[in-house]
Design a protein around this ligand. Structure first.
Ligand code: FES
Length: 192
């Protein structure tokens, strides 16, 4: 009989010396959220939002740092981050296109929007273009059913989408960034 030995304690991703949870982020979260709740754990989701705002995704190293900061198990952090589709563990493109797939939007043509994006940019939901410009996601109801079909471009809502027009806007947005050079921050509010 042979025992296979596997080192499960080794880091699953390359770590960087500089923490993702900077002192500035910790202070911001602690001052704003800790006084509101009896347990620090309640600041978990606001902290994820802050990380996503800063980096565009939740770096794996930040999961450990978050667990230490909030005094909870790493598994609890991992559970939470993997539960919500808004939080990604891999870097996103400059523009995250979140197309609603819930019933109103589906009935009003969200599949055609996704199909047009797939045709023009060559990406399916969950994928990022090779130039890291566009990430496409399918998400549940955005709470704007009266504007179906709709999508978010980063954090901005776009409703009554017509596939060709919407894709043209995305192409123009992407080209405009090419002219201006890449933005310093990978995400942020955009207007098209
Ligand atoms: S179903 Fe798409 S916003 Fe509600």
């Amino acid at each position: 009989m042979t025992w296979l030995v596997e080192d499960r304690l080794k880091p699953y991703a390359a770590r960087r010396a500089e923490p993702y949870l900077t002192d500035a982020i910790k202070t911001q979260v602690a001052e704003k959220y800790f006084p509101r709740y009896p347990r620090k754990q309640a600041a978990l989701l606001p902290l994820f939002h802050r990380l996503r705002q800063e980096y565009g995704y939740i770096p794996e190293q930040a999961i450990d740092e978050t667990a230490d900061f909030l005094g909870i198990a790493r598994a609890e952090v991992q559970d939470a981050v993997s539960f919500y589709e808004e939080f990604r563990l891999t870097p996103s493109g400059e523009y995250v296109i979140s197309v609603c797939r819930s019933i109103s939007c589906e009935l009003c043509g969200s599949r055609a929007v996704l199909e047009r994006i797939r045709h023009v940019f060559g990406v399916d939901p969950g994928e990022t273009t090779a130039d890291h410009k566009i990430t496409v996601l399918e998400v549940e109801c955005l709470g704007a059913c009266e504007q179906a079909p709709c999508a978010l471009v980063n954090e901005d809502l776009h409703g009554h989408l017509e596939p060709d027009n919407f894709v043209r806007k995305l192409q123009a947005l992407s080209a405009a960034r090419d002219d201006q050079g890449r933005a310093a921050a990978p995400t942020g509010r955009t207007h098209i």
